[in-house]
Design a binder for this molecule. Structure first.
Ligand code: NI
Ligand code: MN
Length: 226
């Protein structure tokens, strides 16, 4: 069994038998974060892109836990220059990080810091204890999500629904129609006023048309993936 804990916004913690995987740990400054960065534990930290609400506290948490940051090459290089242990990779590659394996996929977005592009934005399919969990990062809907759905029998898809900077509800439903995950979990909504969305509307649309199960997690809540 893998435990998936929602930490608000797009941050998740996955608990597996070989360790703990943290994804996009935006805790400091995140009004929905149920824990502080000082209390976050991880063996591996996956970062989809450089925006502050995703890179978040990754570097500090990595250093304190002696955890490894996994990201695309340029973003990993930045984290390394800040003193974190990293494993870099790129689209199409499967990175064996010990506590999990992560295959890096694209995302349709940007990845910048202080107005300068840093890297290509990414998403991940995480293999942990034989479960497959897709974290879409920040992205618009794109057709190649079909390839991910074709390649994997996904147990869980973590999808942004907040709109404005990413897919909104209707495009996230179309994403799930291509991904066909057993369980879909909405993320990247209601953190602030520009990304307001009703997760119950998303759940209704997913389940009414038979696109699997939608689980709405409150920050701090766990989903057990059996
Ligand atoms: Ni972003
Ligand atoms: Mn974001």
């Amino acid at each position: 069994m893998v435990k998936v804990r929602y930490l608000g916004h797009s941050a998740f913690q996955l608990f597996g038998s070989k360790g703990t995987v943290l994804i996009d740990p935006y805790l400091t400054g995140n009004p929905k974060a149920p824990i502080s960065a000082e209390n976050a534990e991880a063996d591996v930290i996956l970062v989809t892109h450089a925006h502050g609400d995703h890179l978040g506290d990754a570097i500090e948490i990595a250093k304190r836990n002696d955890a490894t940051i996994v990201a695309t090459f340029e973003l990993a290089s930045f984290c390394e220059s800040e003193g974190a242990k990293v494993l870099d990779g790129h689209f199409g590659g499967v990175i064996d990080a010990g506590a999990c394996k992560a295959k890096i996929f694209p995302a349709v977005h940007s990845s910048s810091m202080s107005g300068h592009l840093v890297s290509m934005p990414s998403s991940f399919v995480v293999e942990i204890d034989s479960k497959y969990i897709y974290h879409a990062g920040d992205t618009a809907l794109f057709g190649d999500m079909s390839l991910i759905g074709e390649e994997y029998n996904l147990d869980v898809a973590l999808l942004p629904i907040g709109g404005h900077y990413t897919m909104g509800i209707d495009d996230a439903v179309r994403a799930q129609s291509r991904l066909r995950a057993k369980i879909v979990v909405p993320m990247h909504y209601n953190t602030h006023d520009l990304i307001l969305a009703d997760p119950k509307e998303f759940k209704g649309k997913i389940e009414n048309i038979g696109l699997g199960k939608c689980v709405i997690l409150k920050p701090g809540q766990d989903l057990d993936v059996l």
